[in-house]
Design a protein around this ligand. Structure first.
Ligand SMILES: [Zn+2]
Length: 90
């Protein structure tokens, strides 16, 4: 059994108002976005995005660009996730 860090930390890709538009999946260096059909509905997996795209929030209509290559975005999402974890709503 190989010792892998199997801990998948889920990174949500959110609009500016904090609605989850999808979550980020990493496979090696490849980042993909699992887009939700409806924002904040984590089970409404809709599409798998591999390239850059513009995504609209179905809740507040805010637009946000998904850039799979942006390391800064990755950090931002991780930070956001920590914030969410800190005060997770009941
Ligand atoms: Zn929104």
């Amino acid at each position: 059994m190989s010792e892998s860090r199997a801990e998948y930390s889920v990174l949500y890709f959110c609009c500016g108002n904090g609605h989850a538009l999808g979550h980020v999946v990493k496979r090696g260096r490849v980042r993909r976005l699992v887009l939700y059909a409806r924002a904040d509905e984590m089970r409404s997996n809709f599409a798998l995005l591999t390239g850059p795209a513009r995504i609209w929030c179905s809740v507040c209509a805010m637009e946000r660009a998904w850039e799979p290559g942006a390391a800064a975005l990755d950090e931002l999402l991780a930070k956001r996730e920590r914030m969410r974890a800190a005060d997770s709503p009941a």
